[in-house]
Design a protein around this ligand. Structure first.
Ligand SMILES: Nc1ncnc2c1ncn2[C@@H]1O[C@H](COP(=O)(O)OP(=O)(O)O)[C@@H](O)[C@H]1O
Ligand SMILES: [Mg+2]
Length: 354
């Protein structure tokens, strides 16, 4: 068993604390994706788990054993980096075998492991090539192969697909998911790309400035974001976040619109400043009950749907994602309906969900 457990993990460089106490239990075989904007501490967290950096406080356990003082090479972990870090002068075979040679594994065992990994990754025909004779996607696969041959208890991935073009990224994403499921190896995967995160993860850890803002399955975070930050970060196009205030009979928006939202407004004192969140895909065009009136600025036709960019009366920006080729001209006023069951309310000061 190789569950990974972080308890109150902190990391400081000098007087500056970068990771402010992260706790998370990762089950055996689970794929947890750590997602957040650049600079929030994702790589640092991964390097702490790998043992490449020492933690300043807290505890990291792998397979039930605290590894705070265990050397990286003895943690039985394999890491895949963004820049592949392949040896340019070595063949694919030697790149994959190198780590095992260093560990002194018998030759036959090394050969068997490399062969197996090459088979899984469809690299059989490329074993004698040098990295420069490979495409970006193939190099990425060699980097994965090097991790697989180690047969580690835990995989750590640090933005492994960032150097690939968009199409290849989607393809490799599917491959990594399939591979992780078939190997069943506990994995921590770091990315700043929320779509990658949503599609790969069994569970997500959304990081923000060195804090784990919310941990949960992708859909749970999409449906019930705990904070304004998570609400705005998960989902594309991003959730509309509008200044609002609790009123006697509903929620008042900045432009004076009153939304009758008894279910969500329950227990909120009138006058309390709020942030109201509504996802672009949860707005619907027109109808008599339409609550919002949006002045259209731009309509992006994507084929399957249309993203309308517009403003409410008070100047707040609003995006709506409507199915098909929605007709909307710049300057036109578009009535949009809001399903009260699909709105999110946050305290404006704390940013926490109500
Ligand atoms: N060795 C270091 N010394 C000082 N500060 C560092 C060091 N490594 C990372 N940091 C800082 O820690 C923060 C988080 O960095 P990092 O974990 O690389 O973020 P991410 O991977 O999410 O983009 C950044 O502000 C970065 O400048
Ligand atoms: Mg990073």
């Amino acid at each position: 068993m190789a569950e990974v457990s972080l308890r109150g993990v902190r990391k400081s460089y000098g007087a500056t604390e970068i990771i402010h106490g992260v706790s998370c239990d990762i089950a055996d075989g689970e794929l947890v994706v750590v997602v957040g904007p650049s600079g929030c501490g994702k790589s640092t967290l991964l390097r702490l788990v790998a043992g490449l950096e020492e933690i300043s406080a807290g505890e990291i356990a792998i397979g039930g054993k605290v590894v705070n003082a265990v050397e990286p090479k003895d943690r039985d972990i394999a890491m895949v980096f963004q820049n592949y870090a392949l040896y340019p002068h070595m063949t694919v075979r030697d790149n994959m075998a190198y780590g095992l040679k260093i560990r002194g594994l018998p030759r036959a065992e090394i050969e068997a492991r490399v062969k197996r990994a090459a088979g899984i990754l469809q690299l059989d025909a490329m074993l004698d090539r040098k990295p420069r004779q490979l495409s970006g996607g193939q190099r990425q696969r060699v980097a994965m192969g090097r991790a697989i041959v180690r047969d580690p208890r835990v995989f750590l991935f640090d933005e492994p697909l960032s150097n690939l073009d968009a199409q290849l990224r989607v393809q490799m994403r599917v491959e990594i998911k399939r591979l992780q499921q078939s190997l069943g190896t506990t994995s921590i995967y770091v990315t700043h790309d929320q779509v990658e995160a949503m599609t790969l993860a069994d569970r997500l850890v959304v990081m923000h400035s060195g804090i784990a803002e919310q941990i949960g399955p992708p859909l749970e975070l999409y449906e019930r974001p705990a904070t304004v930050f998570v609400a705005g970060f998960i989902g594309s196009p991003a959730m509309n976040l509008l200044p609002a205030a609790a009123a006697e009979s509903g929620i008042a928006l900045g432009d004076g619109t009153l939304l009758a939202l008894s279910a969500n407004g329950g227990g909120v004192v009138a006058g309390r400043p709020l942030t109201l969140g509504i996802r672009p895909e949860h707005l619907a065009a027109g109808g008599d009950g339409a609550a919002l009136r949006v002045t259209v600025e731009l309509a992006e036709m994507l084929g399957a749907d249309t993203v309308i960019h517009g403003r409410l009366g008070d100047g707040s920006l609003l995006q709506a994602r409507l199915p098909g080729a929605a007709r909307a001209r710049a300057g036109e006023i578009l009535p949009l309906a809001v399903d009260p069951r699909l709105i999110h309310l946050f305290d404006r000061e704390t940013g926490r969900r109500i």
